[in-house]
Structures are given as C-alpha cells and as structure tokens.
Design a protein around this ligand. Structure first.
Ligand code: ASP
Length: 349
C-alpha cells in the first residue's frame, strides 16, 4: 500500500514538474480568442510616394485580406486555413509582389516562392521557382499535407500542385506592364531590387516599386499558430534564385511554444541570419519579449549586415507584434477583442 502511495506521489510530482517546465509556461491567451496579422511587404515606402487614391487602394486590399482570414477564425476554422484565405486575396491582387503581381527576374520571367508552417505539429511545406501556379501558398500547403517533403521546386512542385487540383495558369497570367517597366529600369545592372523600394532622381519618382511580398500569421480559437508567406522575390533576381520565403526558419516560421512569424525584405540577409527561427529562439531560450527579439534580429543582426525589411508576429498569448528597419511596411491586424489596425508608413503599434 505504502509503495503504491509513494509511486502515485512520484507521478504527481513528475506531472507538476512537466507543467512548470519553461516550454510549457502557461499561456496568457484568453480562451477562444483569436487573431490575424498580415503584411504586404516592407521597403522604401514613404507617404509622399503615394496619392490618396493609391493609399486607399492598399488599405482596402489589406482590409479585404484581413477580413477573409478573420472570418475563417471567427467561424472556428484553423489558423492554417485563415492565413491561406488572407494570402490568397493578396496573391490575386496586382498591388502586391506575389501571385498576380509577382515581379520579373533578370530573364523577364516570374519565379515565385511560398511557404506555410503549422505551429502545432511543426509540419511545413514550401514551393520555390514556380510560374504556373495561380496561388503558390496553396501549393505549399499541398506539399505540407500530401508529401513527405518540405520544399519542392520548379516543375516537380507544379506537377504535384496540378495533381492535387490546385488552379494552374499560363505564365502570361502574371504579366503586368508595371512590373516589366520595373525590370527594364534595372535589367543588365548587377543589382537586385526590393520590389517596394522606390527612388527619386531629380525629385522625380523614377519607379513605383511600392508593392511587396505578402504574409500572414494567425492564432485560432484552439491557440494553434500558423504562418505563411508568398512572393515573386526581387526584381532582376538571377534565374533560379531562391529567397528566404520558402526556407523554413528564414522567412517563415511557426511554433506554438513561442510564436508565428512571416518576414519580408532582402531575402539573402534573412537566410544568412535564419531570421524567423532566430526570433523564436530568442523568445524560447533567452526569454526575450517578442518586441525585443524582433528588434534584435532586424536591427542588431540584419541591419548591421546591410539587410532591410520587416517581420510580423503573433505569440502564444495571442498578442500581435511587428517591426521593420525600412521606412515602411504594409501591415494590419485584427483580433477577436475588436482591436484592428492597418498601417503603411512609419512605426506604430
Ligand atoms: N524576401 C523576399 C525575397 O527576398 C522579397 C520581399 O520580401 O519582398 O525573395
């Protein structure tokens, strides 16, 4: 009898240790609460580069994307479905550098990358260098759900997407005159350009590179976090170049123990710093707040190397964060508490 009691006590002790271990810290999230945050790229986004109408067009599209994702969460849908819904809206708009609005590489073609990650299971899927898939984020989900792999590129990714009924398009679907003009201006120069980096010469706006990569992070009513990102990459990138977006841990990461993240910016720097995973690790192991972790990676690491961009984040408590070391970032969030915001320019919470 004594033995049984002490065995029972040991088990109780072990369970209590488990519950107080650092990774299992109690979440401060309110039961059934949910939230979504999105971005539409970061870069040289300044108020003076936009007319009122252009600003309104961005705000409207960002709101549409937020609402699409929010609706899924409100109806009890999972965070993976919510971020897909939000990203699809932005992929279908020529305003952003993803799907329909993807930028051109140096050869005059689009090569798109996308990734999705499930913070509950740490499952992930990604595609790279595709140019016949209307919504690359859906193909990333197929890779995650229906293959043993994490990242498929080019033809293999397209064959898989087609097999699973993802909408395929002729590459001419991605033609936009604006994007072609952007390419023509820097083609032949050993220079890649963040899509949304506009520049002024003699006070004249030389290019309207104001659109960017898209991403979303959501937490659903069950507290599960998902993150996804979709992009055309960078104007004038070399044929075959793969950016940070489809590399899990660089441009996209989700882990229920910490947070979900989607990044945008000069991809090579986000790859070299393994940026999204680094933010998650700083929160998990160094106990930094999400705000501190984002700032450390964007300013002390990426910024110091010469990289530019931003990140959006939702932590396990359902709190939303963003930060960027560029002049602006298209962004917005919506929470079940009723709080919502859409912003484009200088830093605001
Ligand atoms: N990070 C993307 C890439 O390097 C570009 C962007 O965020 O606009 O492919």
């Amino acid at each position: 009898m004594k033995k049984t009691v002490s065995f029972f006590l040991i088990i109780l002790f072990l369970i209590s240790c488990e519950n107080t271990s650092t990774d299992k810290e109690v979440s401060k999230r309110k039961p059934n609460s949910f939230a979504i945050v999105i971005h539409g790229g970061a870069g040289g986004i300044k108020r003076e580069y936009f007319t009122k109408e252009q600003q309104e067009a961005y705000v409207q599209k960002l709101r549409e994307a937020l609402d699409a994702g929010y609706k899924v969460l409100e109806n009890g849908g999972i965070s993976l479905n919510a971020i897909e819904a939000a990203i699809n809206v932005m992929e279908d708009s020529p305003l952003f550098n993803a799907g329909k609005g993807a930028v051109y590489n140096s050869e005059g073609n689009q090569e798109m990358d996308a990734a999705i990650m499930d913070g509950k299971t740490l499952n992930a899927g990604a595609v790279a260098g595709v140019n016949h898939i209307k919504n690359p984020i859906l193909a990333a989900r197929i890779v995650m759900d229906s293959s043993k792999h994490v990242l498929l590129s080019g033809k293999g990714a397209e064959i898989m997407a087609k097999k699973y009924g993802i909408e395929m398009v002729d590459s001419s679907y991605f033609f936009t005159q604006k994007r072609l003009n952007q390419l023509r201006k820097i083609q032949g120069k050993e220079k890649m350009q963040l899509d949304h980096t506009a520049f002024l010469i003699k006070n004249e706006l030389i290019d309207d590179h104001k659109y960017g990569t898209v991403g979303a992070v959501a937490i659903d009513k069950n507290g599960n976090i998902a993150a996804g990102t979709s992009t055309g990459g960078m104007t004038n990138k070399k044929f075959g170049r793969i950016g940070d977006v489809p590399l899990i841990g660089a441009g996209t990461y989700a882990n229920n123990l910490t947070c979900g993240i989607s990044a945008t910016g000069t991809g090579e720097y986000f790859i070299r710093t393994v940026a999204s995973h680094d933010v998650s690790s700083l929160i998990q192991y160094k106990k930094l707040s999400p705000k501190e972790a984002l700032h450390t990676v964007l300013f002390d690491k990426i910024g110091k190397l010469g990289g530019e961009g931003g990140m959006i984040l939702i932590d396990k408590n359902g709190d939303v964060y963003w930060d960027f070391n560029s002049t602006g970032m298209f962004r917005g969030y919506k929470k079940s508490t009723g709080e919502s915001k859409i912003a484009m320019f200088e830093q605001t919470k």
